[in-house]
Design a protein around this ligand. Structure first.
Ligand SMILES: N[C@@H](CCC(=O)N[C@@H](CS)C(=O)NCC(=O)O)C(=O)O
Length: 292
């Protein structure tokens, strides 16, 4: 296929299973459960069903930060949802998230258990439940929630737009890569100008806004996502670079970012987490090669 040839849309779109790309086998134009599969439930009040992607690690970082602050009620079981194998379409997962995307969480301290899906909603739910990681002053809280929602609205252009066409599409196309590179660089400049005046996204305080934004934009800056740091001239966003490195060094971030991770170096994978000691007890020889 030639990216210069013009696509003439048919009168009615139909699903072409052969459209290629890394996620071709799991993407489909319908919603709902495709198989019967109950969710596993562990011993802790919070049950997380996720994968160590940028959306997934927002929640595991948040939970590890809460535990670091001494909120024992934030103990959690993190179950691996292998989206490459279609786990997100199992009946149990769909009842936790009708949108069939990780992360999804169940809070078993309520009767019946409360389901929460969408990573931004999970961050906010946890912040409110524990009274942490979000300012209480109304003006500062408004700023924090504004940046949280900025992330939810902006990252699809980075992941679904730029990341998809730069890294996952079956072949490289100039038009979408150009369009999304332009938008991602604009977003990085938004962050860079803001972080020139602020230590973190909401002033000095480290909040759920930082936790939401870091996995996506820190991932690009630290070259963890798409191998695009050079292409996007990530080093030129000096304030984002400073912020990304500072957050990467936080103990809770170092733990949270490896939970439910099933790709990359084996020493950076803790596929499931059921106890705080799992981090120490993790040994490389216990891990099998990553299932892609
Ligand atoms: N807006 C959602 C996005 C979640 C999302 O896109 N999750 C991806 C992995 S990062 C997923 O589960 N994809 C599986 C699929 O599309 O079938 C959130 O922030 O929670």
């Amino acid at each position: 296929m030639n990216d210069q040839s013009e696509y003439v849309p048919p009168k009615i779109w139909t699903w072409d299973k052969e459209n290629g790309g890394e996620f071709a086998s799991i993407n489909r134009p319908t919603a709902g459960a495709q198989s019967e599969k109950e969710l596993q439930v562990g011993k802790h009040p919070l049950q997380l069903y996720s994968l160590g992607t940028p959306n997934g690690v927002k929640v595991t970082i948040m939970l590890e930060e809460l535990l670091e602050l001494g909120h024992d009620g934030a103990e959690y079981d993190a179950w691996l949802v292998n989206i490459g194998e279609g786990d997100q379409f199992g009946s149990g997962f769909v009842s936790a998230n009708p949108n069939s995307k990780i992360p999804a969480m169940m809070d078993h301290t309520t009767t019946p258990p409360t389901r929460i899906f969408e990573s931004g909603a999970i961050l906010l739910y946890l912040a409110e439940k524990f009274g942490a990681m979000t300012p209480s002053d109304p003006a500062r809280r408004a700023e924090c929630l504004s940046w949280l929602m900025w992330q939810m609205g902006s990252a699809p252009f980075l992941g679904g737009g730029f990341g998809h066409f730069y890294n996952y599409a079956p072949y490289k196309m100039e038009y979408p890569i150009n369009r999304y590179a332009m938008e991602v660089k604009r977003q990085l400049d938004v962050l860079d100008q803001h972080l020139a005046e602020n230590n973190n996204m909401c002033g000095d305080e480290y909040t759920i806004a930082d936790i939401a934004i870091w996995p996506w934009y820190g991932g690009v800056i630290l070259n963890d996502s798409y191998g695009a740091a050079e292409f996007l001239d990530a080093a030129s966003y000096e304030n984002v670079v400073r912020w990304a490195h500072e957050i990467a060094e936080r103990p809770a971030v170092r733990r949270g970012r490896i939970v439910n991770k099933a790709r990359g170096p084996l020493e950076e994978q803790l596929r499931e987490r059921h106890d705080a000691s799992d981090f120490e007890n993790r040994t490389q020889d216990k891990l099998e090669p990553a299932a892609e």
